[in-house]
Ligand binder design. Structure first.
Ligand SMILES: [Zn+2]
Ligand SMILES: [Zn+2]
Length: 144
């Protein structure tokens, strides 16, 4: 009699333990899926892409970080423009990372693109050659 009751008494504990394990497994699976989705959403650094504009032929093209010369990021960090070769016209070290006009979305080069260490001559030097927008003024107008 006594053992029968303890037997009954033990079963729910087992069931609860089993349920807990199942729950943990489900939560774990959900979390790991969630985690992998999040991980996929964040672009790994080597997949980061950079847009370039050729100073010679105006070709616009993108390169993944892993496709760029090893020194590229170092040079950029050091304040160098780090121009790369143009795949269209073949000009050596002629493609720079351009400005993108906030108004018309076109790419263009300024002296600051060609040499980031050049002292800026004010917002006017960043004027978009396509539509005449000065990004600094545009942001002032459109930022709340
Ligand atoms: Zn070119
Ligand atoms: Zn523009």
């Amino acid at each position: 009699m006594f053992s029968y009751f303890t037997g009954l008494g033990r079963r729910p504990v087992l069931v609860i333990a089993l349920l807990a394990i199942v729950c943990l497994a489900v939560v774990g699976a959900v979390l790991s899926v969630d985690w992998s989705v999040k991980r996929r959403a964040v672009t790994p650094p080597e997949e980061e892409d950079f847009t370039f504009l050729c100073d010679k032929c105006s070709a616009v093209f993108t390169r993944l970080r892993k496709e760029l010369p090893a020194r590229f990021m170092e040079d950029r960090m050091a304040g160098d423009a780090a121009p790369i070769d143009c795949p269209r016209c073949g000009a050596k070290a002629a493609a720079y990372i351009p400005h993108r006009c906030p108004s018309c979305g076109k790419y263009y080069l300024t002296d600051a693109c060609r040499d980031p260490l050049t002292p800026s001559e004010g917002p006017e030097s960043d004027r978009c050659p396509h539509c005449g927008t000065v990004p600094y003024e545009w942001y002032l107008k459109h930022r709340r």
